[in-house]
Ligand binder design. Structure first.
Ligand SMILES: CSC[C@H]1O[C@H](OP(=O)(O)O)[C@H](O)[C@@H]1O
Length: 327
């Protein structure tokens, strides 16, 4: 089952806010509905947002031409940090002059390429690890960079699936990833269905997992990779990279080439999404802090290139900590 797809003239997607309780598919019939789905993280994750952008463009060009510019602007701006959303819109619109069916065909190519790219980067990342680590490998990961963050297969979890398939995976340590718990709700759900042994930890325990030598490598996804190799990813990634450096374990970023943004020279130039503080202050309808308490809900952080051991894509491996630049 794909995370997001096109069926009978509209978008269908797994509503990730309903996991791990159940798999609920929703139909998306307009750009307005898609923007809402993106903003409430019903669909999320950089490659999945790339697919959403491409399919959203296909929806937009089928609607009222008078709305096109406004709908495309709203789609691009739905979430600012992952480069893939706007990239997906622009990729589908490459064939705008040929008409709506050509735009849809280009969007469907984006979806088809995703699975191919993720399997390739997964194998490449697993090979990079097994060439450097002996025996079974324990991995620590943050947030969700699995099939739910993509159309299918996964990026960081694509590496995990390749290791598992080769019989080289010992265990996965999963950061719960507050406040929206993508690790606990989504990564743990995926690993359970894959039969991959895993242990959930609170985010603040991530550095201790590494300090105690429980994990041999950190493998995460990315939302945007700057030209100098700085990596923008879910909040909590940067401290994990610091801890990995301290523990002397590799910090691997698995992402498709579409996540590399040559137009951004360094991570400090990226628009980091700040979400509603209510996501910290409320969970399941109950308050986690007194009313009147303010919350700063920064959704992503920047891991400087010198802490990134390797970036693995479908085409190559780049070593920013050794001075190699992805763009
Ligand atoms: C494979 S990209 C996944 C990436 O996206 C997540 O952010 P969000 O759940 O807010 O879309 C997180 O940064 C993951 O690493």
């Amino acid at each position: 089952m794909r995370t997001i797809d096109w069926r009978d003239g509209h978008i269908v997607l797994i509503d990730q806010t309903r996991l791990p309780g159940g798999v609920v598919e929703v139909a998306i019939n307009s750009v307005e509905e898609l923007v809402i789905a993106i903003q409430r993280l019903a669909v999320r994750g950089a490659p999945a947002l790339g697919a959403a952008g491409a399919l959203g463009a296909a929806l937009a060009v089928r609607a009222d031409p008078a709305r096109l510019d406004r709908d495309l602007a709203a789609l691009r701006a739905a979430r600012p940090t992952a480069v893939n959303l706007a990239w997906g819109v622009d990729r589908a619109l490459r064939r705008l002059a040929e008409g709506p069916d050509a735009v849809l065909a280009e969007a469907l190519d984006v979806l088809a390429e995703d699975g191919v790219h993720n399997r390739s980067l997964g194998e490449r990342g697993a090979r990079w690890l097994t060439e450097r680590l002996e025996g079974l490998v324990a991995v620590q990961t943050h947030c969700n960079a699995g099939s739910l963050a993509c159309v299918e297969w996964g990026t960081a979890l694509g590496v995990v699936r390749s290791l598992h398939g080769q019989g080289r995976l010992r265990h996965v340590y999963v950061d719960e990833t507050r406040p929206l718990l993508q690790g606990a709700r989504l990564t743990a759900w995926e690993l359970t269905h894959l039969g991959v042994p895993h242990t959930l930890v609170v985010d603040a325990a991530g550095p201790t997992v590494l300090a105690r030598g429980l994990a041999d490598a950190v493998v995460v996804g990315a939302d945007r990779i700057a030209a100098n190799g700085d990596v923008i990813n879910k909040i909590g990634t940067y401290p994990l990279a610091l801890a990995a450096a301290r523990a002397g374990v590799p910090f691997l970023v698995a992402a498709p080439e579409s996540t590399v943004d040559p137009s951004v020279p360094s991570g400090d130039k990226v628009d980091i999404e700040v979400r509603d503080g209510a996501e910290l202050l409320l969970w399941g309808g109950s308050r986690s802090a007194p009313s009147g308490t303010q919350a700063l809900n920064v959704a992503f952080d920047v891991t400087p290139a010198d802490l990134v051991t390797a970036i693995v894509t479908e085409d190559r491996v780049v070593h920013p900590a050794r001075g190699e630049r992805p763009a």
